[in-house]
Design a protein around this ligand. Structure first.
Ligand code: UN1
Length: 508
């Protein structure tokens, strides 16, 4: 038998190698666990509300200096961050696997997503364009200018413990904004590692102001400071809809900006003409990948009655045979759930599904020898008679609810009949169905795909969703505009003062 990996020792080795100061993770007040083994792997130091307040003030000082640095020069810092991330990819990816339980290719893929957004942001640093606009007044010129916004507070979840920070930070930095980050309490070590990596880029950059980027490990009191502090201009928060419901009105009360990335209850539709081999693979990755713990995870599947008996038995077979196990030691495709409460929530949802007439395949716990405090499960496929009960809610676990449909108009209605609106997909070779799905009467989600799954979006597009998903957009396209303020400037280079709309106001 091969010697099993000592998770704690390996995490310590990576943190040392990445240059994270030991006092941050050896003798702190908050234990941190690995879902791989369930054991405590570090003790991190937490910040108080007072610490958070000081951090915001320091970030505001940094803002005053950083906003005057030319954007392409700010881009140079992000270019260096991308270089440091390339050098650290293997270690940081492994730490993501240790701390979030992702399989190796997904841990590495998450770091790749960070590198990609850095590259995007570097290019963007020379493209923070405003429009010039024709004016009705002679001898005048009108234009838009984009200026840095202020301190950005970033609140992230355990499931993408490093990428979501980088989406925000790479853009914020080129846009001229400092960042104060509150990571999930479930994944503090990867956050400390990111800060160490960025600190190395900052040291190479040379003359960046202090406190351009800070990490605050802590509980909700720290998050509350970010939400309530008048110096925090924008809060980008990823997490549950419940969290968003608390955060959004508090930000609105002080007219602060928000980017909310909340729950998803993503669906796929498999039409009669679908390429079923392709659909099968896309569904398997979308529903079982990352152990069902992506906000873009496929959770509802509508299959046309004419292909149901071809697809669903094959899907069930895939569920029965998928490998579940320790992501550090095996080539399993499904790693652990983050903790016991995730497991309990999954079991509760499965019970409710059964009570509503669902037929469950999988869902049982898989005990890893010697790891009683780790929660590995077989992904669950649940055939449901209709969309009801737990199908209407997001359970952050690998449960796929499968339903039969016969009418395309009706399935579009069903598709949109949930509270969340993040991601969606259709499998069809019929262009009328595909185009209707993408049209104004089609999917109501922020992401709508054809012949690919719901998860695994690339950074070039804007990422986010509608309805109870919160409406925020991060990452590519013009998401950068949320991190800057727009000024409309009108310049009069004539000798006269004509007023707009023909108004006259002649004083003596
Ligand atoms: C998340 O689950 O919080 O599209 C983000 C995806 C990834 C990002 C997911 N690029 O699945």
């Amino acid at each position: 038998m091969s010697k099993s990996v000592d998770v704690k020792q390996e995490a310590a080795g990576i943190l040392d190698k990445l240059g994270v100061p030991r006092e941050a993770w050896t003798s702190g007040d908050m234990p941190s666990f690995s879902p791989v083994s369930g054991e405590e792997i570090a003790r991190v130091r937490t910040a108080s509300a007072a610490d958070a307040g000081k951090a915001v003030e320091a970030a505001h000082d940094a803002f005053k200096a950083w906003r005057m640095v030319p954007a392409p020069k700010r881009g140079e810092l992000v270019r260096l961050l991308g270089e440091e991330l390339r050098a650290a990819k293997a270690d940081l990816g492994r730490l993501v696997s240790i701390e979030a339980g992702k399989i190796p290719s997904e841990g590495l893929g998450e770091v790749q997503e960070m590198i990609d957004i850095c590259d995007f942001a570097v290019g963007l640093s020379r493209q923070l364009y405003g429009l010039t606009i024709t004016t009705e007044r002679p001898g005048h010129r009108m234009m838009e200018t984009w200026h840095p916004l202020g301190v950005v507070g970033v609140i992230t979840a355990f499931n993408f413990p490093v990428a979501v920070w980088s989406w925000n930070t790479a853009l914020a930095l080129v846009c001229g904004d400092p960042v104060v980050w509150k990571p999930s309490e479930k994944t503090p070590l990867t956050a400390l590692a990111c800060q160490a990596i960025l600190d190395r880029a900052i040291a190479r950059f040379g003359d960046a102001p202090k406190a351009l980027s800070q990490v605050l490990i802590g509980d909700r009191t720290v998050g509350e400071v970010l939400v309530d502090h008048p110096r925090v201009a924008l809060v980008s928060a990823t997490g549950s809809t419940r969290m968003g419901r608390e955060v959004a009105p508090r930000l609105a009360r002080r007219f602060a900006r928000s980017i909310l990335e909340l729950g998803g209850n993503n669906a796929g539709i498999v039409c009669p003409s679908a390429d079923l081999d392709m659909a099968l693979r896309a569904i398997a990755f979308g529903a079982m990948g990352t152990a069902g713990q992506r906000c873009t995870t496929l959770r509802r599947l509508f299959v046309h009655e004419s292909v149901y008996d071809q697809l669903v038995p094959r899907l069930k077979k895939a569920y029965q045979s998928v490998s579940v196990g320790n992501p550090l030691e095996t080539s399993a495709l499904v790693g652990p759930l983050i903790d016991k409460s995730a497991f309990d929530n999954m079991q509760k949802a499965l019970e409710a599904a059964k009570a509503a007439g669902g037929i469950v395949t999988g869902g049982e716990r898989v005990l890893e020898a010697g790891k009683e405090t780790a929660y590995y499960v077989k992904p669950a496929l649940v055939e449901m008679p209709k969309q009801t009960g737990p199908v209407l809610e997001e359970t952050f676990a690998p449960i796929l609810y499968v339903m039969k449909y016969s009418d395309f108009d009706a399935v579009l209605e069903e598709h949109n009949a949930v509270a969340a609106g993040l991601s969606s997909s259709i499998f069809t070779l019929n262009m009328r169905e595909a185009e209707r799905f993408l049209s104004a009467e089609g999917s109501d989600c922020g992401i709508a795909n054809v012949n690919i799954g719901t998860s695994g979006a690339e950074i070039g597009g804007a990422f986010g969703g509608e309805k109870e998903t919160g409406g925020g957009r991060e990452s590519g396209s013009d998401a950068w505009k949320a991190y800057m303020r727009r000024a409309t400037n009108t310049v009069n280079y004539s000798n006269a003062l004509p007023l707009a709309q023909g108004v006259s106001f002649d004083i003596e």
